[in-house]
Design a protein around this ligand. Sequence first.
Ligand SMILES: Cc1ncc(COP(=O)(O)O)c(C=O)c1O
Length: 361
Amino acid sequence: MKHIAKKSILNVKPYVPGKPIEEVKRKLGLQDVIKLASNENPYGPSPHVLAAISKAAHNLNRYPDGDCYYLRQALAQHLDIEPNQLIFGNGSDELIVMAVRAFVNEGDEVVMATPSFLVYDIASKIAGANIHAVPLKNFRYDLEGMKAAITDKTKMVFLGNPDNPAGTYLSEEDVRHFLKGLRNDILIFMDEAYFEYVEAEDYVNSIRLLRTHKNIFVTRTFSKMYGLAGLRIGYGIGGPSLCDVLNRIREPFNVNSLAQVGALACLEERAYYRTIAKKISTQRRYLYESLSSMELEYVESCTNFILIKVKAKASKVAQKLLEKGVIIRDMSFWGMDHYIRVTIGTEPENQKFIQVLEEVL
Ligand SMILES: Cc1ncc(COP(=O)(O)O)c(C=O)c1O
């Protein structure tokens, strides 16, 4: 069927996710497997969240609320915005795809960084866009380079903040400087999937920017900090007219009922998630120290993952780690042949990773 598929789709390299734990156990005959490959929260959601989800399971015969009413009200209050400034997605991935579908025509240009989150590239390619991918400089966004890549045909710019795989962030000053003098008919997509992990005081306050820039769309997710990756729920924040546009192409029941209930319960659990943020921060320092003592270079991250330069081929290192029951991400797929990306796990998981990495290297 390839010959009758849209040409733009044939340019797409399918997204390769981190391997599921069960698959590795089954294929390699291993009992003890840890996954540090998809930047999930290793502790999972709180007992209160799990109880709310179990309770809601009794109503699975009903379609979900397509408008996500209760979650919308609570989140709007939590963020101090209006309910009509929100749109929900089946993961923030879906919002990336929806935004490109709504705004980018074939032949339009999209500016993004490279290496960056792969879904920006995939969604733009499917739309038939011409992509200007601007290399990171020292693992940070080259915003001057990205601004210079903007032309009359540019429709959209992706700012992953912090971005994956580098884990570095953009400050308030960086973003304000970038926006200065930019046309206001370009959609600035600010992906803040790791927002809750960022500790930097000069991190941009994107919601405040929305008041003056109607062309900014911010996305966040319940997958990373909140531990609901398996339920698939993310949200976008923008002006009412931007959200109205996206709402027109949203599938009627795109966010399932358990996800809505789970996300709502997460908002009531600030203390639980603050504790997790602290644990991750402590573990990040443990990993930095361990990597330094192994004389391995890494990129300082403000997220729950770390990009590490290994002294051998990343694909080999990843395979050897896998055989010992540790799933991490081989960055060769991103063209980084000597890098792996590791999600910060629980204390015993990180210790196992370091011990196995030492053996493998
Ligand atoms: C930068 C970035 N944005 C968005 C996502 C998508 O997350 P989700 O669709 O689970 O909300 C991810 C997931 O890995 C990510 O790394």
